[in-house]
Design a protein around this ligand. Structure first.
Ligand code: C2E
Ligand code: CA
Ligand code: CA
Length: 566
């Protein structure tokens, strides 16, 4: 049985004590005292839940007891109901002022007395409940804050950003809002190259800047990792200034790595569109400029939505496509200009989609680089290339080496070299037969990591090509630091060769320098006779391009090799 609460009855007249105790003995454990002094000792020593005290008593009266109890924090919260001899409003008022919970007049009416006591107890309980409620509300608010806010930046997290942004826009229907989605290019690299804290400082600084920009009229959220979103009245923002300010803030941290934020802007047309979809649209706009050196933001337009729908379909179908052998490799031969023979080939992936037909890699490679599927697709392509090399060896006893593209994402993948070696072993090949093409962007993102990975491959006998050389910015500087074996220059980047003298001069110099550094050169994208003549003049021998052959199915390539050997 639950322990009964304790009631202390204080009265110098014994009959009064007995009468009162009879009213309450079922609900309470009764303690009694004949005066204030005795009562004080009891409340100090025992746990008492309620006191009924006569006001007029010898030794120490009810007022004195009340005064002492209210002064002492151990007893201050115990309710005291005072009893007056007859209706004496002065003493009642005085007692109430001193903190009595209520008063009861003699002679006692059992119903009234019980009622008063219950009332006092209920009130008390209610107060407790209110206090507890307030305390738990406070706690809840704190929890809420931490649930609503991102710990690192104190910005809204994803869910709360969506909620608050929706409310903000709906409360200001007359206002035109923008949703801005921001993302650091290759933030992972920052975390890899520097300590975690460095990355955190970047995020905090950016968050701080965004908050300052949003001021009191916009809101900011950190949706995940290095992804931020801002909801802001459109007229409050000049994007050029915004990006410049952001660059300034990040550069002031003095981190020796180019940390670039990219932004996509969705001008909100429909305030009732779910905010996550608004963010998706802004993000689509961002994807248009990601990685670009010149454009750092772009605005959403409708064509992006169609593109997104198409992309969604490709993402939906990719897994099954790989299982279902819908992906194949095409091979594009590389010719030696002087001998006219095929010297190597590049493996280029194709997707024979069941409903969309042949999808070009330009459509799905960037997509798979974003969602990581490229790591598996590349492995598939390398294996197909190895299979082809094996077939060549079996048929001819010799091989034309095949180069395969290695997406930059693979270089962040630990098991890359081990996997390549396992393929070489499985198909009984030699590493030089499979060349690896890496792009310039992989280098600009993370030079050290790429260089050391390349050197490891070279130590095992693989040949490395630098693909799309000349497309980026740091080409010339890169040339001296880069440990690659072969430079692959895309004619497309110097397509004005016939008209523009400068481009041809630069190309000539690059070829000259590369040769001094002991690198081979392949020129791809060669389409015309004048280009061939120019390349011949500056001493480029290895040519890949529509001028000689387009990428072709493996069977066609096999036939080409047979013809080539005649
Ligand atoms: P890339 O590695 O620079 O490949 C060369 C692209 O140029 C190929 O396009 C090829 O068909 C095209 N090309 C060849 N000769 C000419 C020419 O004379 N004129 C013109 N205008 N184009 C020419 P493709 O096959 O559409 O591939 C596009 C890009 O997709 C590739 O560029 C590469 O970055 C990527 N890619 C293709 N296959 C793979 C793969 O298996 N893995 C990875 N990671 N990326 C791949
Ligand atoms: Ca390539
Ligand atoms: Ca290329």
């Amino acid at each position: 049985m639950a322990e009964q609460p304790v009631m202390l009855i204080v009265d110098d007249v014994e009959t009064n004590r007995v009468i009162l105790s009879q009213f309450f003995q079922e609900e309470y454990a009764i303690r009694m005292a004949a005066n204030g002094q005795e009562a004080w000792e009891i409340v100090c020593q025992e746990s008492v839940q309620i006191v009924l005290a006569d006001l007029v008593m010898p030794v120490m009266d009810g007022y004195a007891l009340l005064a002492m109890m209210k002064k002492d924090e151990r007893t201050a919260s115990i309710p005291v109901i005072v009893m007056t001899g007859h209706s004496d409003s002065d003493s009642e008022v005085r007692a109430m002022e001193m903190g009595a919970a209520d008063f009861i007049t003699k002679p006692y009416n059992p119903t009234v007395v019980r009622y008063r006591v219950r009332n006092v107890m209920a009130r008390l309980e209610n107060e407790w409940r209110k206090l507890e409620q307030a305390a738990s509300d406070r706690q809840l608010m704190q929890v809420n804050r931490s649930v609503e806010r991102d710990q690192l930046t104190d910005l809204y997290n994803r869910e709360s950003f969506y909620r608050h942004a929706a409310r903000l826009m709906q409360e200001h229907m007359e206002e035109q809002y923008d949703i801005i989605y921001l993302d650091v290019s290759c933030f992972k690299v920052v975390n890899d190259l520097f300590r975690m804290e460095t990355g955190n400082i970047v995020l905090k600084t950016a968050g701080y800047y965004f908050k300052a920009v949003a001021g009191g009229t916009g809101i900011v959220g950190r949706l995940e990792a290095d992804h931020f979103a801002i909801c802001l009245p459109a007229d409050q923002l000049d994007m050029d200034q915004f990006i410049a300010g952001l660059d300034g803030a990040v550069q002031s941290l003095g981190i020796s790595h180019n940390i670039l934020f990219y932004a996509g802007v969705y001008p909100v047309e429909d305030q009732f569109l779910p905010v996550d979809q608004m963010c998706d649209r802004a993000r689509m706009a961002l994807e248009r400029v990601r990685g670009s050196y010149i454009r750092r933001y772009s605005y959403y337009d409708k064509s992006m939505r169609e593109q997104m729908l198409e992309e969604q379909m490709l993402v939906r179908d990719m897994e099954f496509g790989l299982q279902d052998h819908q992906f194949r490799i095409f091979l594009q031969p590389v010719y030696n200009l002087h001998t006219g023979h095929v010297v190597s080939a590049e493996a280029l992936v194709r997707w024979q989609h069941p409903t969309s037909g042949l999808v070009s890699p330009g459509k799905f490679i960037p997509l798979f680089e974003r969602n990581g599927f490229i790591v598996r697709l590349d492995r598939f392509v390398w294996e197909e290339a190895c299979r082809n090399l094996r077939r060549q060896l079996d048929e001819f006893g010799t091989v034309v080496p095949i180069s395969a593209n290695v997406s930059r994402l693979n270089f962040y993948n630990e098991g890359l070299l081990a996997y390549m070696l396992s393929l070489i072993e499985k198909y009984e090949l030699e590493p030089w037969m499979l060349k690896l093409e890496v792009t310039e962007t992989a280098y600009t993102e993370n030079p050290q990591q790429l260089c050391s990975a390349i050197q490891e491959f070279q130590a095992h006998g693989f040949k490395i090509l630098m693909d799309d050389f000349g497309s980026g910015y740091s080409s010339l500087n890169m040339l001296k630091n880069l440990p690659v074996d072969i430079l692959k220059i895309d004619m497309g980047f110097v397509s004005d060769i016939e008209k523009d003298g400068r481009a041809s001069v630069i190309m000539e110099q690059v070829v000259h320098m590369a040769r001094l550094l002991g690198m081979e050169i392949v020129v791809e994208g060669v389409e015309t006779k004048p280009q061939i003549d120019f390349l011949d003049k500056i001493g480029c021998e290895q040519i890949q391009g529509y001028y000689f052959a387009k990428p072709m199915a493996e069977a066609d390539f096999a036939q080409l090799l047979i013809d080539d050997r005649k």
